[in-house]
Design a protein around this ligand. Sequence first.
Ligand SMILES: *Cc1c(COP(=O)(O)O)cnc(C)c1O
Length: 221
Amino acid sequence: MSLPQRIEGLRARIHRACEAAGRDPGTVELLPVSKKQPLALIREAADLGFSRFGENYVQEGADKATALPELSFALLGPLQRNKARPALQHFTEIQSLDRPELAERLRRLAEELGVIRPVWIQVDLWDEATKLGGCTGADLPTLIEALGNDARLPLRGLMAIPPPEDEGAFAQMAALRDRLQQDLGRSLRLSMGMSDDLEAAIAAGTDQIRIGTAFFGERTR
Ligand SMILES: *Cc1c(COP(=O)(O)O)cnc(C)c1O
């Protein structure tokens, strides 16, 4: 299947899911995830109008951002302290912020580098089930405090990778987002839903879906 065909099929899925949920498809942002996909395919997607992509690995994303300076990349994968500097240099957004020490390090470096990088807090309410990183519900207040309303790291929202077998997980995230919005008095976005579960995420009210294989096809590298 060609890239335009795959994207057309994906758009049809998104439209059907929105229709079923009574949502306007314009309220669901599609973030293509280009990890382990070749530059040529990302260029092809760019020619079709996409300019922002998600990447999981700092080095891979940095290489792609350097090769494709007209595009922007969000970091979705776990971030080690010692990769914080290249992450801020090459990614326009960090979606995998999950601990206070990392927030403090990013704040120091963002100031030093003179950059503004929107962040999303990766939440894991299911702990043992996933082990993909993420802040627990109990640790969330400490992490938000560590961010300290820093204008260089504006908090965009919450990102999650719920375990596939947990049917209530997306609704749990939506409820957490609503509570937090009330507590903080500002709006937060939800990034959840991937190739296999975007319909359930849309039904639960996600603002952004992160799509790899259903957009680009099987990962090749
Ligand atoms: C790989 C990945 C995706 C996309 O996964 P697909 O199942 O290929 O759509 C989305 N989010 C994160 C954090 C990922 O690591």
